[in-house]
Write a protein that binds this ligand. Structure first.
Ligand SMILES: C[S@@+](CC[C@H](N)C(=O)[O-])C[C@H]1O[C@@H](n2cnc3c(N)ncnc32)[C@H](O)[C@@H]1O
Length: 218
């Protein structure tokens, strides 16, 4: 469970504008300089491959400018969508992909605010859910995931681990292990795989991540 006091820090402040925060990040920093950058999103790709083959639909929630979308297209997943609160982040990814980017559904929106996004066999999230320090935001996120993933589909999610960093991009985060993540999504989902991962940031720091793969059973 999340132990962050929701009244503290920017994420608990009514004046905090999530969209503005992330737009500023992506307008002022290079996409390969941000702490979460990975040249090869190996863990995400491996976990997605373990539950879905080419032809399955994948949505990368809070995908930003991540290169995971490039790999998903190369691996033959379809349809592929990337949702992010920052239009600038998605524009970076779209430009990088060029013509092939036309195959991707780009969705600009806050995952806690958007309506339906369609149906996808796999919902992927690396380092987004952990920003939701408000239980009501987490409830909305879980509700959207439930509407989006069909029975038999999967959620592949990675957050900072319990002994990982307390902040990301200057924002407080909730830290989880796989069991804690599983608890957040309730009894409709079953934990089928878990993995710990140490991310090396471009600045040379180490960040502990916990990944969980949850199957939607009903
Ligand atoms: C730490 S970055 C991770 C980006 C990407 N998943 C990766 O692994 O490279 C967090 C991303 O989530 C996006 N984000 C943060 N809060 C969000 C929200 N409530 N709804 C949608 N996107 C959000 C940010 O714009 C940013 O791109």
């Amino acid at each position: 469970m999340c132990g962050v006091d929701c009244g503290a820090g920017p994420s608990g402040d009514d004046m905090f504008d999530r969209r503005e925060h992330w737009e500023t990040v992506y307008r002022t920093k290079g996409t390969t300089d941000v702490s979460w950058f990975e040249a090869e999103p190996e863990v995400s790709r491996k976990l997605i491959r373990s539950v879905a083959s080419g032809g399955s639909g994948v949505i990368d929630v809070g995908g930003g400018a991540s290169q995971l979308v490039d790999r998903l297209l190369a691996d033959g997943y379809s349809p592929v969508a990337v949702l992010d609160v920052s239009a600038t982040a998605l524009e970076h990814a779209r430009r990088r992909l060029g013509e092939v980017g036309r195959q991707v559904q780009w969705i600009v929106g806050d995952v806690t605010q958007v309506g339906d996004v369609g149906r996808f066999d796999v919902w992927h999230d690396r380092a987004v859910f952990h920003f939701l320090t408000d239980p009501e935001d987490r409830r909305k996120y879980v509700a959207l995931a439930k509407r989006t993933i069909p029975v038999g589909g999967h959620l592949v999610i990675g957050t900072f681990a319990p002994d990982g960093p307390e902040k990301c991009s200057g924002l407080e985060v909730c830290r989880y292990d796989a069991a804690g993540l599983s608890a957040e999504f309730g009894s409709d989902f079953q934990l089928v795989q878990e993995m710990e991962h140490i991310h090396h940031t471009p600045a040379g720091k180490l960040q502990k991540f916990a990944f969980a793969v949850l199957r939607k059973n009903r």
